[in-house]
Design a protein around this ligand. Structure first.
Ligand SMILES: Nc1nc2c(ncn2[C@@H]2O[C@H](COP(=O)(O)OP(=O)(O)OP(=O)(O)O)[C@@H](O)[C@H]2O)c(=O)[nH]1
Ligand SMILES: [Ca+2]
Ligand SMILES: [Mg+2]
Length: 717
């Protein structure tokens, strides 16, 4: 706020008494009245402005209410009238102007005022005259200058007017003609300054207004903002409250659910507590029961121990019994084997002797004929000699001599074969003396009482265990040939020089008989723990001998002569870890030897029927072979049916299906094989051996269970 200047000089420039205001130069009286008014105004102003602020506010004016005979409203009106620019303050100028105006209106006599002013001036003059002449001039000049300054309104725009005063004084003294120009100049300058001053005030006013407007606007904006913030806050609070309510509802629901759950759990707990109690009670009962059961258990365990001890004892006893039985069985087998083995060898030795005797007989007959013709004259002397020869020709040897051939009929052949061992047996091991046999052999066709025991000797029933069982078989195989030489002596010489027991027997065709076969695939040195007798049968030339060779020697020779009589080999095979000795009997397939073959069926453990798959008739004969076997042993022996010569597929006459069908019908093991290539030979034999072993195992088990250690086979003698 720009407050008015507080200066003494203001009263001098008051427009109310300005000398130029009236446009004309005022008179002395006028000036004097104006001065008086001014003085009064000054006094009044000072009376109002008690604090000496330099301006009068509305409140200052109202204080005059007590001193003046004016109402508050009047004073207000006066103030408003004086406040020309309406800013609420009365400056000394406004006050002086308004006051002089007021006086000019309320005092119609100008002269009074003029009088007053003149009076005032007079007083002034008197006052200054009291100071001296010089002082009077100076004062005069001073007053003139003051008037000038007032006229120009310099107080408003000039702070220090001493420079101008000095210049004015100097001009007045030295160049008075320039004074008026100077004054004009000053007038112009001050009027311009005045204008600028007013302009400045106006601008200040505008600025103030603008500031007020801006203040207002800012206030307005501020209020608006406040309002907005308030709204926002309210909204926010509203939202927050809503959210809070929703959340609290949710929580309430949850709480409710939890409470329900809690209740349920409580109930459950109660139930469980009940159960617990029940279980607790049960537990006590169970404990008691448990203790009882434990005691029982202990008793039972003791009993079990006792029983198991007894059982162990029994088992030990059983084991020892079994071992004994086994030992006994082996011993028995060994005995049988040893006896029959020696008999077998004897048989072959005797066969050779028989050959030798045939030769010898022939030779003797020739000799006899010669001597008969030579010594015809001496009949009386030779009569005794003739009787003795007739007696020999009636013997077995004589039979061959009579016929003049080696083999006559089947029955005769049979007789020969069985009679030879008898004779040899009598010579070697048998208790029958030679002399006892001779009368019987005189009639070749007769069936003597000794016939039966002789047949038994050759029969497979008495056949030996393989020599390898007792380890006494390291004898040369073909010693028989060497024995032939020294045995070529007349009469009964060869008989007495019977070949040793260890000699390997040979077949009538000179083939070695019953050769033990050490060729083993497994080459296991362990001794076999069981023996099975197996016989090969089938038509002639189907390949039985070839198969046997393939099995025992792993060899095939194409041109083999037909088998005469019977022969055997022993082959040891490994069946599931145990050694099994197989006594393989080769028979003659020719029709005339069938009868002999028939004999061998009786005591075999298994039969192998061979047919030639390139020869239909050999297959057709299989049924006959089957019925012969059945006739002899029933169906208790397992039969392996072999279709041989599989290598010769081109000439096949028997389809595989037929063989299979036949095997199926008769419950046979069936293979097609080839002695030539060796295909399926070992496999088929192993199959049969396994079957026999398993069969025997079953029988053994049954036997042990029954408590009778005797073998089934030996039972059915
Ligand atoms: N291609 C071929 N020929 C064989 C086979 N086996 C045997 N042979 C031949 O058939 C013929 C008769 O063989 P053998 O072994 O003597 O027959 P077998 O059954 O013993 O005859 P018998 O002793 O008279 O009963 C011989 O010429 C053998 O070479 C074979 O697997 N394939
Ligand atoms: Ca004012
Ligand atoms: Mg043969």
């Amino acid at each position: 706020m720009a407050y008015p200047d507080r200066r003494e000089g203001v009263w001098a420039q008051s427009p109310g008494w300005s000398p130029k205001q009236s446009g004309t130069c005022p008179t002395q009286e006028q000036v004097a009245s104006q001065v008086a008014v001014l003085r009064k105004a000054q006094e009044f102003f000072q009376a109002c402005d008690v604090e000496g602020k330099g301006f009068i506010a509305r409140s200052d004016m109202q204080r005059l209410h007590e001193e003046l005979p004016l109402s508050l409203q009047d004073l207000e009106d006066v103030f408003d009238a004086l406040d020309a620019d309406g800013n609420g303050f009365l400056t000394p100028e406004e006050f002086a102007t308004g006051f002089s105006h007021f006086f000019s209106q309320s005092n119609p006599c100008q002269e009074d005022a003029g009088e007053q002013v003149a009076q005032l001036q007079e007083e002034k003059v008197y006052q200054s005259r009291g100071d001296g002449d010089l002082g009077h001039v100076d004062q005069d000049e001073e007053a003139q200058f003051q008037v000038l300054m007032d006229k120009l309104g310099a107080q408003k725009v000039l702070e220090d007017e001493s420079d101008i005063k000095q210049l004015w004084l100097q001009l007045k003294k030295e160049e008075p003609h320039l004074l008026s120009s100077f004054e004009d100049f000053l007038t112009r300058i001050f009027s311009q300054l005045q204008e600028a001053h007013e302009e400045k005030n106006e601008l200040e006013c505008v600025l103030k207004k603008k500031i007020a407007t801006y203040d207002e606007e800012i206030q307005h904006l501020y209020e608006e903002m406040e309002q907005q913030i308030k709204n926002e806050r309210e909204q926010f609070l509203l939202k927050d409250t809503e959210r809070f309510q929703a959340r609290s509802q949710e929580l309430e629901k949850k709480l409710f659910a939890k409470e329900q759950e809690l209740e349920r759990l409580n109930q459950k707990q109660k139930r469980l507590e009940g159960q617990c109690m029940a279980l607790h009670n049960d537990k006590h009962e169970t404990k008691a029961e448990n203790t009882k059961l434990k005691l029982t258990n202990q008793e039972l365990a003791r009993e079990l121990e006792r029983t198991s001890k007894e059982l162990q004892d029994a088992q030990q006893q059983l084991e020892s019994l079994q071992q004994e039985a086994c030992k006994l069985y082996q011993e028995k087998e060994m005995e049988v084997y040893l006896v029959t083995e020696s008999l077998q060898r004897e048989k072959s030795g005797l066969l050779k002797q028989l050959d030798f005797l045939r030769e010898r007989n022939k030779h003797l007959r020739d000799e006899q004929d010669i001597s008969f013709q030579k010594d015809k004259a001496a009949k009386a002397n030779t009569a005794a000699s003739k009787t003795s020869w007739k007696q020999r020709s009636g013997s077995v040897i004589g039979k061959y001599v009579d016929s003049g051939g080696i083999l006559r009929s089947q029955s005769e052949e049979e007789e020969d074969v069985f009679s030879v061992p008898r004779r040899k047996g009598s010579l070697g091991l048998s208790t029958y003396p030679l002399t006892e046999e001779e009368p019987e052999t005189n009639e070749p066709g007769a069936e003597g009482p000794l016939r039966r025991p002789l047949r038994r000797i050759i029969s497979i029933e008495e056949d030996p265990l393989p020599q390898l069982l007792d380890g006494t078989l390291e004898q040369p195989v073909n010693k028989s040939a060497e024995v032939k030489g020294p045995s070529s002596q007349g009469g009964e010489g060869p008989i007495q020089q019977a070949p040793p027991l260890a000699l390997s027997p040979t077949s009538p065709r000179g083939q070695p008989v019953g050769k033990e076969d050490f060729y083993q695939e497994e080459s296991s040195p362990s001794t076999p723990d069981r023996l099975f007798k197996i016989v090969f049968v089938g038509n002639s030339a189907v390949g039985k001998t070839s198969l046997l060779r393939r099995l025992c020697e792993d060899h095939f020779s194409p041109g083999i002569a037909a088998t005469v009589g019977i022969d055997y080999r022993v082959k040891t095979v490994n069946v599931d870890g145990s050694q099994v000795a197989l006594q393989l009997w080769d028979t003659a397939g020719q029709e005339r030897y069938r009868c002999i073959t028939q004999q061998f069926f009786r005591k075999v453990d298994g039969v192998i029927i061979v047919y030639d798959l390139t020869a239909k008739e050999s297959f057709l004969s299989v049924r006959q072979w089957l019925s012969s076997i059945e006739e002899a042993v029933g169906d208790r022996v397992p039969v392996l049916l072999l279709g041989n010569k599989l290598d010769n597929e081109k000439e096949r006459e028997v389809p595989r299906g037929l063989g299979e069908q036949l095997a199926k019908e008769n419950n046979l093991i069936f293979y097609e094989c080839s002695a030539c290539s060796g295909h399926n030979t070992k496999e088929s034999l192993l199959h049969l051996a396994r079957f026999l072993k398993e069969q025997e195992d079953t029988v053994r088990e049954d036997t042990i269970q029954v408590g009778c250690p005797t073998k089934k086979k030996s039972c059915c003698g």
